[in-house]
Each structure stands twice: as structure tokens, then as C-alpha cells.
Design a protein around this ligand. Structure first.
Ligand code: SF4
Length: 369
């Protein structure tokens, strides 16, 4: 475990989304004695991944270039605060492209869309900006390639999740969704010797491997994809909380309920020994009772969470006597994705100097809270 001078700056960029103060003004957390020194173990990396950063910047840039309203299909990323902030800036979130006036600009979310959605947007005369994370696009391409090769794809993921819907839509006749290891026994396949598995990018690494093991027990000739589909950001955040969990009396995961990778962090924390683990959107949701007798609090956040929300939790924990802060560094991240093609040129058709997405890649740009 590394202790640093300012661990709050490690592992996740501080982002520029304007931030209403969410710290409790009244009913602050109390500094109750717990029979020893109180400390916080702060996970690194945590918060924004490269795909989320790119998607949020894409909406901001689209608003700047084309003016409000810019429509966004589904939540651009699964975080309540990010969505509300972009709404205040002029983004309008819709469930389907049929809700968008013809001729408007629409951004597709980081979770990706099926070809049918792209076609509907085109049919409606919309100007689409595709903010699908490149790591999700990679899974789409694999699905198309394997389907063309005549393979049957077992897609491990949560049915109904937007990412899974998008990938499924690439090759619906060739894909069967597998929600969990428990579903393996009841799966029906056409040819047990022509199977390959793919997965959603934000699953629990351990549970996915368990599903793959069960699949292989039942279908010994199951093929593996060329590389893992669970993305680097999901894996790194889970690794960091695995290191923290055995030492933690309590783990607080900042993130929204509909964020798959956030929910998996709660699961992983409990699985690896945290005595308790809770998810909160905002620090105001942290309850005094959770801190009863707690000496060590682990703190992390999902891949769609601006770090300012974590800072608010740390400030409230400091009020409750958790002054000692240690960073638990599982990996360093510096991946940055280029912005969607539609935003890489400026209004005059010239390449935009800020075409490379990612706030950390743009020196001089404010990282203000
Ligand atoms: S969690 Fe992974 S797949 Fe999803 S947006 Fe972030 S980097 Fe991309």
C-alpha cells in the first residue's frame, strides 16, 4: 500500500462538469469514537474511464458547436449527476430516436447502439454523433465477424442493458445472451462445436470467468475471443477494490444504481472481505449508522463518476474523524480516445486541435471542480 501526499489526485482525472454542492449542511456525520485511529483507503484507479470522458466531452463539444438542444439517446453514461449537469447545459435525453425532431443532432451514448438504431436516425434525417466507447465497438465488430464465420455467439451480459442490446443487434440470429452461470445448463445451441463467447465490458471478472468455465464444461469446444472483452477500466477498478476490501470495515462506492460497473464494485468488495459495502450517488446518502465502530473505510467510484463526487464523500468522512488517507494503487491509467469522427473537424472543416478526447490530454484546459 502506498501512502502519498495527495492521494486524491491519483488514478482518475478531475473533470470540469459544474458541481452543485451536495455535502450535508445540516446533520453532518459525527466523529464518534471507534476504539482506534480512523482511516480511509482510497482506490486508484477509480472514476472516469477513457470511454466515459470521451462521451461526456462529445456532448459538451456538440453543444458548443451546434448549440442547444443537442439530443442524446439514453443516458450518455450511467451517472445521475453527469446527466443532470448536461441537461442544464442544453442536452435533451430521449429514449428513442423517434422522439427527436428531424434535422436535429443526436449523440449515441457510450454504451453503443444497434445498427437498427443507426438506421432509424438516418431515416429520420438526424445528424448522429456516435460516442460509443471504442472498446464497446470492438465487441460489436467481433460479433459481426464471428457471425459471418458461421459461429454461434454466447454473449455473457445482462439482458436489457443498453450495451448488450447494442451488441445483440449486430447479429441477432447468431447471438444468445447468457446472464449468469446459472443459465448455462438450460442453454439451447444449434451446434456445440461452433460456439464462441463474448461479454459485456463492465461485468465482474470473476463471475464472467465462472460462466466461461461452466460453458466449457458443457461445451468443451467453446472458442475464446482473441482478447478479453471486460475492459481495462472495469478490471482495474475491481482490482483496486479487491486490494482494499479485506482491510475495510466499510466500503463506499460512489456511482448510480443503473451503472453496471458500479454495482459490480459493491459485489466485489463484499466478496473479497469488506464487512459492509454501500453504493451512493451523493455523499448526502452516507448514513451515520454505517460508520458505527468502523475504523477503516474503503472508497471508490464507478467508471462514469466525476471525481468531485468522491471528494465530497472524503470531506464528509474527514468531518467524522477519518483524516488519515491512503491511496491503494492497483494500476496507472493514461488511455485517451480520439473524439467521435463528427467532432474532429471545426466549423470551417479544419481538423480541430482538440480532436483528441480526454481532459488530461489537453494541457491548459481547466480541471476545475
Ligand atoms: S467502462 Fe470500459 S467499455 Fe465502458 S466506457 Fe469505460 S472504457 Fe469503455
Amino acid at each position: 500500500m502506498a501512502k502519498t501526499q495527495d492521494p486524491r489526485t491519483i488514478g482518475a482525472p478531475v473533470v470540469s462538469l459544474a458541481m452543485p454542492r451536495t455535502r450535508r449542511k445540516e446533520g453532518r456525520l459525527l466523529d464518534e469514537p471507534v476504539g482506534g485511529e480512523k482511516r480511509v483507503l482510497l482506490a486508484a484507479p477509480r472514476g472516469y474511464c477513457a470511454g466515459v470522458d470521451r462521451a461526456v466531452i462529445a456532448v459538451e463539444r456538440a453543444l458548443e458547436r451546434f448549440g442547444a438542444p443537442v439530443y442524446v439517446r439514453k443516458q450518455i453514461v450511467h451517472n445521475a449527476h453527469v446527466v443532470q449537469t448536461l441537461e442544464r447545459m442544453g442536452a435533451v435525453f430521449v429514449d428513442e430516436v423517434s422522439e427527436v425532431p428531424p434535422g436535429s443532432h443526436i449523440v449515441f451514448s457510450a454504451h453503443g447502439v444497434s445498427p437498427a438504431v443507426v438506421q432509424s436516425a438516418e431515416d429520420r434525417g438526424l445528424h448522429a454523433i456516435d460516442a460509443t466507447c471504442p472498446l464497446v465497438t470492438k465487441v460489436h465488430r467481433e460479433a459481426v465477424r464471428f457471425a459471418k464465420q458461421g459461429l454461434e455467439i454466447l454473449l455473457i451480459g445482462h439482458e436489457g442493458h443498453e450495451e448488450v442490446e447494442g451488441t445483440y443487434g449486430e447479429a441477432p440470429d447468431a447471438i444468445t445472451i447468457v446472464n449468469s452461470p446459472d443459465e448455462v445448463d438450460s442453454l439451447e445451441v444449434n451446434d456445440p462445436d461452433r460456439l464462441i463467447w463474448l461479454s459485456q465490458t463492465t461485468l465482474s471478472v470473476d463471475e464472467t470467468m465462472l460462466t466461461v468455465e461452466r460453458l466449457r464444461e458443457r461445451f468443451p469446444n467453446l472458442q475464446d475471443p482473441p482478447s478479453d472483452d471486460i475492459c481495462y477500466a472495469t478490471q482495474n477498478r475491481q482490482q483496486a477494490i479487491k486490494q482494499i476490501a479485506p482491510q475495510a470495515d466499510l466500503v463506499i462506492v460512489v456511482g448510480s444504481e443503473n451503472s453496471s460497473n458500479t454495482m459490480r464494485l459493491v459485489d466485489v468488495a463484499l466478496e473479497y472481505g469488506a464487512k459492509a459495502a454501500y453504493r451512493v450517488d451523493y455523499t448526502s446518502e452516507v448514513q451515520q449508522a454505517w460508520l458505527d465502530g468502523v475504523r477503516t473505510v474503503g472508497v471508490t467510484s464507478g467508471a462514469s463518476v466525476p471525481d468531485v463526487l468522491v471528494h465530497e464523500v472524503l470531506d464528509d468522512l474527514a468531518d467524522a474523524g477519518y483524516h488519515e488517507l491512503h491511496a491503494e494503487v492497483a494500476a496507472e491509467e493514461d488511455l485517451v480516445f480520439a473524439l467521435p469522427r463528427e467532432l474532429r473537424v471545426d466549423a470551417s472543416g479544419e481538423r480541430d486541435a482538440r480532436a483528441l478526447g480526454g481532459r488530461r490530454s489537453r494541457p491548459g484546459v481547466s480541471h476545475a471542480k
